[in-house]
Ligand binder design. Structure first.
Ligand code: ATP
Ligand code: MG
Length: 573
C-alpha cells in the first residue's frame, strides 16, 4: 500500500478529520457500558431516582451521538476512498494508453483490464474499511481494556492474556493468504483473456464447431480460479471462528470467575454486567481488525499489481541521435535488425531507400515479417540494430506526436468503432465533411454511402458488424486518406476487395496522392506490381528487391507467386 501513498497524500487532512469523528463516535460507544454500570449500582440504592434519570439520559445521548458520528464518518470515508481510487484509475488508464507495444505485450491487455477494474476495487474497499474500522477497533480495544482495568483489574488480565493468541492467528493467516490472493488476480487475468477471446471470436468458434472445446478451455481456468479462491478462503476463514473461539472461552472464564467474586463479596453484579459489555465490544473490535487484515492481504496484492504498471518507466524515450545524411531519402531503413523476444531475428539486416511520392510494396508468406517492418517504421517497437530515417532524421529523435501525424495507416484487421460512417473516417480529428466524402471517393467507399440512405451519418454497429469485410476495409482506407498523410501505410488493406475495386483504388491513389509516399503490404502481386520498389520477404530476410520486372528476372520465388496468381499472360501486362 506504500506504493499508492502519493494518491492518499492529498486527502490526508480530510481522512484525519474522518478519523477524528470516528474517535468521537468510538468514545461515545465506549462510555455506554460505564454509564450502564453506574445506573445499575446507583439504582440499587434507594432515593437516587434523579441520578438514574441523569445517567439514563446521558446514555441515550451517547448512543445518538455515536450513531450520528459513525454515519458521518462512514460517509466521509466512502467519499475519500472513492476519490483516491478514481485518481489511481485515471493514472492507470493514462499509463496504459501510453504503453509501448512491447510493454503491452508484457503486461497483456486482459491483465491491464483487471488491474483497472478488480484491483482498483480491492484498493477502494480497503481504503474505506481502514477509515471505518481501522481507528475504531484499536480505540475500542485499548479503551475497553482500560475501562476493564478501572472497573476490575483482576478480571481484566483474562482478555489481556488472550490478545497475543489472536494476534498470532491473524499473523499466520495474513502471511499465507497474500501470495494466494496475488495468484488469484493473475488467474483472473487469464479468465478475462479467455472470455475476451471467446466473445471476439464467437463467430469463428461457432463456425468451426469449437464451442465445446472453448467451454472446456474456460472451465479449466475457471476451476483454477475457484481452487485458489477456495484455498485462500479456507485459510482466511480460520481467522474469525478461531478468534471468536478464543474470546468466547475467555468470556466463559470471566463469567465463572465473576460469579465466584460476586459471591465472595469482592465485586458487584453491575460490574460484571459492564465487564461483559466491554468484553463484547473488544470481541467485535478484534473481529474488525482481523477482517481488515484479510482485506489488507487482498488489497496489498492489488496495490502491488497497480504500482507495477504505474511505475513502468517510459519505454521509448526521445533519443538524441546524430543525423549526418547529405541527400536524405523520404524513408530509409539502414541495416535494420529486430527481434520481438530477443531470441531469433524477426527482421534481419534490412536496408532500402524510398524517395518522396514513391511506393514500396512488401510481399511474403505469413509470418515473414511484413507487419513487423510497418511496426518499426511507426516506432511501435525500437530497432535492435541499425537505423530508420525519415527525411534523414532518425525516428527515435522525432517527437512521437509529430511522427504519428505523418502517417495515414490501415493496420491488418483494424478497428471499426461503433457510431456512424463519418465518425469512423474522421476518428476524432478536425476534418470537415467534404474532405470525408472525398476520402471516401478515393477509397472506393462512395458506393457504401450511396447504398446507406443516411450517407455519412449512417449507423455503424459495434466492430462494424453491419458492414461486409470489403466495406470495412474501404472505410479504413478512407480514414487513412482523410488526414492527407505524408506517408500512407496499408497493411493487407485491400485483401477483401474484388480485383476491379482493388485496381480502381490503386488508380485513385496514383492520381490523387502523387506526393504521398506509400507502403503497401499485400498478398496479391497485382496490388503491388506498379510499386517503385518491391521487397520479397522470407523469415525476416529480404530474398528479392526491385521493381516488378527486375524481380520477374531475378527472383525465383516472386516469379512463381506471380505466375500462380496471374498466369503467364497476366504477368506481362
Ligand atoms: P501475415 O501475412 O500473416 O500478416 P506478417 O508477415 O505480417 O504475417 P509479422 O506479423 O510481421 O508477419 O510477424 C513476423 C514474426 O514475428 C512472426 O513469426 C510472428 O510470430 C512474430 N511476432 C509478431 N508479433 C509479435 C509479438 N508482438 N511478439 C512476439 N512475436 C511476434
Ligand atoms: Mg501481417
Amino acid at each position: 500500500m506504500k506504493k499508492i501513498y502519493p494518491y492518499i497524500k492529498p486527502f490526508i487532512g480530510y481522512i484525519l478529520l474522518t478519523l477524528l469523528i470516528k474517535v468521537a463516535a468510538s468514545m461515545a460507544d465506549l462510555i455506554i457500558p460505564y454509564l450502564m454500570e453506574s445506573i445499575l449500582s446507583v439504582g440499587a440504592e434507594a432515593g437516587n431516582a434523579s441520578k438514574v434519570y441523569l445517567y439514563g439520559s446521558l446514555m441515550a445521548l451517547c448512543a445518538i451521538l455515536g450513531l450520528c458520528f459513525n454515519v458521518l464518518a462512514n460517509r466521509m470515508s466512502a467519499v475519500s476512498a472513492g476519490k483516491i481510487t478514481k485518481s489511481i484509475r485515471h493514472d492507470l488508464f493514462k499509463k496504459t494508453m501510453h504503453f509501448s507495444a512491447r510493454q503491452m505485450d508484457a503486461v497483456t491487455v486482459s491483465s491491464a483490464e483487471s488491474r483497472l477494474t478488480s484491483d482498483t476495487y480491492n484498493i477502494n474497499q480497503i481504503l474505506a474499511r481502514v477509515q471505518r474500522i481501522g481507528i475504531r477497533a484499536p480505540i475500542l480495544l485499548v479503551g475497553g481494556i482500560a475501562m476493564m482495568l478501572i472497573i476490575d483489574a483482576g478480571l481484566a488480565l483474562i482478555p489481556i492474556a488472550l490478545l497475543p493468541i489472536i494476534a498470532l492467528i491473524t499473523y499466520f493467516v495474513t502471511k499465507h493468504s497474500i501470495p494466494l490472493y496475488t495468484k488469484q488476480q493473475t488467474i483472473l487475468d487469464r479468465v478475462v483473456r479467455t472470455v475476451q477471446e471467446n466473445i471476439t471470436g464467437v463467430r469463428v468458434i461457432k463456425a468451426l464447431s469449437k464451442t465445446e472445446h472453448e467451454k472446456e478451455r474456460f472451465n479449466v481456468v475457471n476451476s483454477e480460479l475457484n481452487d485458489v479462491g477456495e484455498k485462500a478462503g479456507t485459510i482466511t476463514a480460520i481467522t474469525m471462528p478461531a478468534s471468536s473461539l478464543v474470546l468466547n472461552l475467555g468470556l466463559t472464564i470471566v463469567v465463572i470467575l465473576g460469579a465466584i467474586r460476586v459471591r465472595g463479596g469482592h465485586t458487584e453484579p453491575s460490574v460484571i454486567v459492564a465487564f461483559l459489555q466491554y468484553f463484547t465490544l473488544i470481541l467485535n473490535a478484534m473481529m474488525g481488525v482481523t477482517r481488515i487484515f484479510v482485506m489488507w492481504s487482498k488489497a496489498e496484492a492489488s496495490a502491488q499489481r497497480v504500482a507495477e504498471v504505474l511505475q513502468l518507466p517510459e519505454d521509448q524515450p526521445l533519443q538524441d541521435v546524430e543525423n549526418i545524411e547529405h541527400s536524405p531519402a523520404h524513408i530509409e531503413f539502414k541495416d535494420v535488425t529486430f527481434s520481438y523476444t530477443g531470441c531469433g531475428e524477426n527482421i534481419s539486416h534490412l536496408s532500402f531507400r524510398l524517395e518522396k511520392g514513391q511506393t514500396l510494396g512488401i510481399l511474403g508468406s505469413t509470418g515473414s515479417g511484413k507487419s513487423t517492418i510497418l511496426n518499426l517504421l511507426m516506432r511501435l517497437y525500437d530497432v535492435n540494430d541499425g537505423q530508420i530515417l525519415l527525411n534523414g532524421q532518425d525516428i527515435r529523435s522525432i517527437e512521437p506526436a509529430q511522427l504519428t501525424s505523418k502517417f495515414g495507416i490501415v493496420f491488418q484487421n483494424d478497428f471499426i468503432a461503433e457510431g456512424d460512417i463519418a465518425h469512423n473516417i474522421r476518428f476524432f480529428r478536425d476534418i470537415p465533411d467534404e474532405k470525408l466524402t472525398i476520402a471516401a471517393q478515393h477509397a472506393q467507399a462512395e458506393s457504401i454511402l450511396a447504398e446507406k440512405e443516411a450517407g455519412l451519418s449512417s449507423a455503424v454497429a459495434i466492430r462494424g458488424n453491419n458492414l461486409s469485410g470489403g466495406q470495412k476495409q474501404r472505410l479504413l482506407i478512407a480514414r487513412a486518406l482523410a488526414g492527407d498523410p505524408e506517408i500512407l501505410v496499408l497493411d493487407d488493406a485491400s485483401s477483401a476487395l474484388d480485383y476491379q475495386t482493388d485496381a480502381l483504388l490503386r488508380k485513385a491513389l496514383r492520381e490523387n496522392y502523387r506526393n504521398t509516399t506509400t507502403v503497401l503490404v499485400a498478398q496479391r502481386v497485382s496490388s503491388l506490381r506498379h510499386a517503385d520498389l518491391i521487397l520479397v520477404l522470407s523469415d525476416g530476410q529480404v530474398i528479392g528487391c526491385g521493381t516488378h520486372n527486375d524481380l520477374m528476372d531475378s527472383c525465383e520465388e516472386y516469379r512463381i507467386i506471380a505466375h500462380t496468381q496471374m498466369g503467364a499472360e497476366g504477368v506481362q501486362v
